[in-house]
Design a protein around this ligand. Sequence first.
Ligand SMILES: Nc1ncnc2c1ncn2[C@@H]1O[C@H](COP(=O)(O)OP(=O)(O)OP(=O)(O)O)[C@@H](O)[C@H]1O
Ligand SMILES: [Mg+2]
Length: 480
Amino acid sequence: MKHLRTKLLLVYISLTVLVLAAAGILASSRLDSYFRGWIARDMDTRARLVLASLENDSSRTRDDFHLRVHALAEASGTRITLIAADGEVVMDSEVPLVKLPGVENHLQRPEVQSAARFGRGTDTRHSTTVGMDYLYVALRLDTPDVRVLQKQPAYLRMSLRLDELDKITSEVRFNIILTSLIGLLLVTVASVALSRRIVRPITEIAESVATIREGNLSTRLDVRTKDEIGLVATAVNELMERMNQYITQLKKLEQVRSEFLGNVSHELRTPLFALQGFIETLLDGAVDDPAVNREFLEKAQAHTARLDTLLKDLIDISRIESGEMRMSFRYFALGDLLKSVVDAMGPLAESRTISLTLAPDAGQHHEVMGDKDRLTQMLTNLIDNAIKYNTPGGSVTIGVRDAGEKVWVDVADTGVGIPGEHLPRIFERFYRVDKERSREAGGTGLGLAIVKHIAEAHGGKVEVKSQPGKGSTFSFSVKK
Ligand SMILES: Nc1ncnc2c1ncn2[C@@H]1O[C@H](COP(=O)(O)OP(=O)(O)OP(=O)(O)O)[C@@H](O)[C@H]1O
Ligand SMILES: [Mg+2]
């Protein structure tokens, strides 16, 4: 986490150093040439002033003239040299007259060469004799007239020591560096504050994510900004929301699964216990008692049959749920299917004195798409319930409703009905409204779960409407 801040700081500071250094270097190099240009122009002015006062000179002797030149040099802060057309130095403010003959010929000096050609010339050189940088400005004199000199000067040259200039530029440079350092300091302070501002929300996100990782799944991030950081926080929150939903769902599934397992074992044990009981009683001697032996054996058989149905249902459910049950969808006449199931269930209905009827013409003209065996199983389950949870003398009616792309099949009974609070749950595995009645009727509560699975596998739905004491209508849809 500290890393990010350090990186940001480094970027800010190095950028600032870069910009300041570039600006400083540019400024100080420009500074130098600016000063040199400015001084050269200034030297021109000084030279013209010196020239003007030399033109009106009234010295009688060379010594007087030398003194005058020397005074002018002092006044203008320069060294003044007068050079003849052939390069001979005829006067110099710094050189005593006696030493003049020994002075080197100045014709080849660059500023003199330029002055000869263009009337004016400048040059900056390092004087080895004095060990300093000098700026030279030479002017060609067009009307040389200095009476005291035998040889007339053709050039006036002014020299200026540049160490003054160097002093000024280094002072300015120092100021630039100082300002830069102050700027750098300010930027550093600002960067520390700024990077803290930028990094803090990220650090907070990282901390929150760490608490999430530790298992605190209800942690939510503060969304304070609408920038990318805010987006990340929102995204993390949404992710957590979805993860929590997912976990809740998983927990529920897990709960359903373990409940299912408990139910299965319970349902298996009931008939097994009964079987065991009858067999033990028979073995203990009842087998020789003609009054009960047959009855016990028949009861044992009934429980075996119940165990068998239960296992078949369980296998069906698990095959449908795992997708293992292959369905073969075909078009077939719905009316034929309804008729065959009603015929098959007739005897059961009759034994309970319940009239089972198919509405006239029901499904006669409907070709539907589905797995005939599974739809038969579904309808059988619904009719079985309608008969089982009915009252003697009641009725069960099968009807068909056309709904455009699909057909609804209704199984309506005049039975006990289902109280409203149970309706949302009756399609759950093992759910029974009245456990005793259902068990007596031989039910385990898997029938409707199978019905729902089959309907959904057909892309259809199952619905139920019921009024306690009056009856129920179960409907399922199937595609045309
Ligand atoms: N037509 C109906 N009238 C009243 N109650 C019904 C009707 N159909 C279902 N039920 C109620 O819904 C419960 C669940 O039905 P479901 O068919 O799943 O189980 P079951 O009939 O008890 O057992 P199974 O069908 O596995 O033999 C039943 O126990 C019963 O209480
Ligand atoms: Mg049933």
